[in-house]
Write a new protein. Sequence first.
Length: 369
Amino acid sequence: MKEAVVKAKIIFLALPTPPGEDGSADLSYILSVAKELGKIITDYKVIVDKSTVPVGTAEKVRVAMLENVKEEFFDVVSNPEFLREGFAVDDFLKPDRVVVGTTSEKAKKLMDELYRPYVRSGNPIIFMDEKSAELTKYAANAFLATKITFMNEIANLCEKLGADVDMVRTGIGSDDRIGKRFLFPGIGYGGSCFPKDVQALAQSASQVGYDFKILDAVMAVNEKQKSSLVPKIKAYYKNDIKGRHFALWGLAFKPDTDDIREAPALYIIAELLAAGAKVTAYDPEAMENVKKQLGDKIGYAGDQYEALKGADALLIATEWSLFRTPDFEKVASLLKAKVIFDGRNLYGLAQVKESGFTYYSIGREIIRA
Ligand SMILES: NC(=O)c1ccc[n+]([C@@H]2O[C@H](COP(=O)([O-])OP(=O)(O)OC[C@H]3O[C@@H](n4cnc5c(N)ncnc54)[C@H](O)[C@@H]3O)[C@@H](O)[C@H]2O)c1
């Protein structure tokens, strides 16, 4: 640590901020590193909070450092990260915007110099105070989680009313004020960021006496949505899935990552196993991580088709692109029955109807073979 810090002008803290027991962000990693930094620094440095941290953390880091170093030797800057897992390097090199929270002119100048080469196409570096920068990150993630959840609720309503969520999505997405992205319904958001950040923002709000009602609703709806395929499965098998064998395509919380933190697939697996069913899964990247967590409680297949052998139905939990265009004849020949429960709406209804499948998806008509 000393070797890296002594040479650097700008020091990034990209430490974990997992949820603490009450849901608020656990700052222990950040604050302990800040104290250590204070012991090492002997000339001016900019300390950058890159982790997602609650409002007031830049000040806490400053106080932790002051235990060991004088204030003229450093500034603490909030510089939240907006990259998407799976596109991390691209997003970092070509950011839509860079948010920098600092009230120090000296730190501002250095941060501007650092980021200028990455925004040559004109995307903005937005300077603001530390607290606003800290809140910007939470507001962005909470908004996106709310957008996804809103659409999931519209999908659930479509199922009750007989409307088609794909049509509704297309209908509203063409309005510029709404936008087409993040409107795809499914079995909820997961991952390392949305769940913990929504929870941490709700906790921050409640700590200052603000009842942020939308966030509570988002968390409650998403929790239910993650295993929303299970009631459909149980209803199809007349509430008895004991001994049934399910093939599961997708374990990661989203495609192009091996991250299984808060992955809907894990919630589905837990409920199926609790009801006495058997699961054989395939995921292109995430199987090792699941093996570490679940061991031999489920089976793991070498490819997507091997998972289907002798299974009663296929379940889909992650929208990996290789699951989008399967050989339906092969799927039919390997499954015991032609039944698919799709949590990510990967297939067109006409397509599955033509292939003779019973097909359950999200917010769309049930296709019965
Ligand atoms: N993953 C994302 O897509 C993403 C996007 C934006 C923001 N963030 C935020 O970035 C932060 C880090 O997230 P992550 O997903 O990269 O977490 P991570 O757990 O993958 O990485 C954290 C890193 O910190 C290291 N570390 C832990 N303790 C340390 C210590 N005492 N000294 C030095 N290194 C230490 C770990 O070894 C690990 O490499 C979080 O606050 C997260 O909310 C993550």
